[in-house]
Design a protein around this ligand. Sequence first.
Ligand code: NAG
Ligand code: NAG
Length: 539
Amino acid sequence: MGRTNLFLLLCVIMALLGVCLVKAEDAYKYYTWTVTYGTRSPLAIPQQVILINGQFPGPRLDVVTNDNIILNLVNKLDEPFLLTWNGIKQRKNSWQDGVLGTNCPIPPNSNYTYKFQAKDQIGTYTYFPSTQFHKASGGFGALNIYHRSVISIPYANPDDDFTLLIGDWYNTHHKKLRQTLDSGRSLAFPDGLLINGQAHTTFNGDQGKTYMFRISNVGLSTSINFRIQGHNLKLVEVEGSHTIQNLYESLDVHVGQSLAVLVTLNQPPKDYYIVASTRFTKKVLTTTAVLHYTNSASPASGPLPPPPAYQYHWSLKQARTLRWNLTANAARPNPQGSFHYGRITPTKTIVLANSAPLINGKLRYAVNKVSYVNPDTPLKLADFFNIPGIFSVDSIQSLPSNSGPSTIATSVVPSSLHDFIEVIFQNDETTMQSWHLDGYDFWVVGYGKGQWTPAKRRTYNLVDALTRHTAQVYPESWTSILVSLDNKGMWNMRSAIWERQYLGQQLYLKVWTAQNSYTSEYDIPKNVLLCGKALGHHP
Ligand SMILES: *[C@@H]1O[C@H](CO)[C@@H](O)[C@H](O)[C@H]1NC(C)=O
Ligand SMILES: *[C@@H]1O[C@H](CO)[C@@H](O)[C@H](O)[C@H]1NC(C)=O
C-alpha cells in the first residue's frame, strides 16, 4: 500500500474515531525558523533588530489554500518569544494562535512546532511577534495564501506579485520602548516609515504587464496612505475578501490591515515613485520605493504624488467603497455571497468603548473601563486543565458604563458556538483606532460619527460588506461588525495599535459549547508548552 493510501486508510479509521485533522490531499509544508538578534540600519543608524533565519523582515511564507503548515520555531533571543498568524482563522485550533491567552511563550534556547492549516482561505496576511513588544524590533513577515488550481479567482493571474510590508519604525530598541510603556508613559512619535524593512526598495516590472502589490501595514501605531506615481491601483482583495474592483489613486491602510491591488505598467518607460505616508499625523512621515520598468530610460523624478485630504471624512468615504464581489469565488467554489449575513438577527450586541485611563498613576488602555493583564497561565490552558482563578468572565459588560473607576482584570467575554453577534467599537477618543479579532473574519457593516445608537443600524451595509480581520475606527466615531461565531476556542480581540494592546486594550472571546467533541475543536497538541499553573499538568 502506498503512503497516500495508508494515510487515507488511517484517516478513515481516525475519522471513525473522530480525530481526523486533515484531509489526505492537503499538502504538508515544513519549515524551521530560527529567531536571533542581528544588526541592521533601516533608518541609516545601526540598531539591534529581530531576525528570522537571518532575515529582516522575516521570510515570506507562501502557501496554498488548505496547506498544512508544520513550522518549528527556535527561539535564540534572550527573552520568551511567540509568533501569531494575523488573519489565519485557525479553525477549531486556537491552540496554535500564538498569543499569550492561548500559548505559553517559547523560552530562550527552546522551540515550539506550530501545526496549522490555511483552511479555506485565500489572500494577503502577515505574521508577527505577539509578546514583549518584540514587534517594534522586527520578526514580522508576509503570509500569502494562493488559490488552489481548481478554484478560479476573479482576475487574470498577474505576471508577478510583490509584497510590501509597510510600517512606522523607531530607532529605539524594543526593551527601551517597553520600559517607557511599563513606566506608564506613551511612546513618542515614530522615527520613520519603512517598506520591507528598508528606506529604499526597487520593484522591477515589464512595460504592458500587470503586477499584484500586496500591501500590509505592519507598523505599531500609524495609519498609512499608499500610492504609485502615474498609476492607478485596482483593488482586488482585502484580507481574504475578493472585492468589487474599483480603481483608486491612493488607498488608506490602517495598522494590522492588508490588501492587494493590481497595477498595469501602462505608462512611458521610466521609473516611478511608490509612496507611503502617515495619515492623520501632525508631522507626516513619507517613504518611497521605486517601480522600475525594465526598459526604463530614466530614474524616478518628482514631484511625489500628493497625499489625499487630511480629513478623516475622506478616509471614511473611501472605506465605504470597499465592497465584496458577491459573484466571485472564495477559497471554496461557492459564491461568497451565498451566506446572507444581512438577513440574520444577531443573538447579542456588544458595545466596546476604548479609553486611556490612569490606573495607579500610570497610563493604561481599557475596554469598557477594564484594562487587560496577561496572567502567567494561558487562558486556554487554564480552561482545559480546569485551573480556577486565572480569568474572570464578568469583568467586561456588554455596554460601556460611565460611572466608576477603571480597573485591571483578565477579561474574557463568554459566548456560545453558533451565536451571531453584533459588536460596536465605540471610539470616544480623538485618536484613530484599529481593532483585530483572531479566529474569524467579520463583516464590517457600518462606520459613523459620534455615538452609536440602535437607530444607526438603518445605515448598515447588509448586502455586500467586506469580511476582514481588522477594522479601523475613526476618532469620535463608531464601527459596527457582525461575527458568526462558528469557531470554537479562546480568541483574542485586541487593538492592533501596539502600545494600546500592550497596556490593556484587549480581551478574549471564549466561544464555547458544552459538547466536547473533536468535530468542534481539535485536541490539545501533543507538544504543547506548559507554563504558570499549567506546569505539571498532563495533556
Ligand atoms: C522542538 O524541535 C524538535 C525537533 O528539532 C521537535 O521534535 C520538538 O517537537 C520541538 N518541540 C516542540 C515543543 O514543539
Ligand atoms: C466580480 O467577480 C466576477 C467573477 O469572477 C467578475 O467577472 C466581475 O468582473 C467582478 N465584478 C467586479 C465589479 O469587480
